[in-house]
Design a protein around this ligand. Sequence first.
Ligand SMILES: Nc1ncnc2c1ncn2[C@@H]1O[C@H](COP(=O)(O)OP(=O)(O)OP(=O)(O)O)[C@@H](O)[C@H]1O
Ligand SMILES: [Mg+2]
Length: 228
Amino acid sequence: MLRVRGLVAGYGRIQVLHGIDLELESGEVVALLGRNGAGKSTLLKALIGIVPVQKGEIVFEGRPIAGLPPYRRAQLGLGYVPEERRIFPELSVRENLELAARPGGPWTVDRVFELFPRLAEIEGRPGGYLSGGEQQMLTLARTLVTNPKLLLLDEPTEGLAPILVQAIAETVAELKASGMPILLAEQNLAFTARLADRGYVLETGEVRREGPIEALVQDPRVKELLAL
Ligand SMILES: Nc1ncnc2c1ncn2[C@@H]1O[C@H](COP(=O)(O)OP(=O)(O)OP(=O)(O)O)[C@@H](O)[C@H]1O
Ligand SMILES: [Mg+2]
């Protein structure tokens, strides 16, 4: 479904990714692991097109997309959930979702409320009043209602209390069960170990380890790379 070859990308003259090869098949959840600054977010941003690709190719469902602007990649089915939470503070939870919703798949505002009962409870509340965990859920929910074919999820557990990490894990597991392919950037190995099929471990913009998630969890070098 997604094939990345020799991807070089960065910011202006600063090169951050030095030739990434990565693959994701439909139905898979693939973890993108690495400590702070390893290049996880930069890779997701290069995939969605907000960081320019300097070299290499990105093929999504058989189609080269590295030269396309972000909105075209989104139209083709890439759904990006950024690390920072971008919701409209003055709009209600429901309005935030209705504004983002696009037909073309199973995810409607009501279906998303079933997935996130907490958001249904507070559907009339302005986005700006939400807790960090609620904002994280709304950010994910907003991308879901666009009905993406592939979710690019950037550190959904960052800064959340354990109980909320658990809630997000359950949601991701439900999404996986629904068949949604996910590329999941995370530092939290334990979190991804329960959800991902395979993983890639990045360090300074290069893939150092890749394989089935069970193998990565056992690998002492992976613990080193993640500073565990
Ligand atoms: N806008 C930017 N301009 C220049 N350099 C940047 C920019 N954003 C990130 N970088 C650099 O790119 C490198 C990779 O950063 P990136 O955000 O991709 O890491 P990450 O793996 O997502 O880390 P984290 O776990 O902290 O989110 C870092 O060295 C960072 O300083
Ligand atoms: Mg990041």
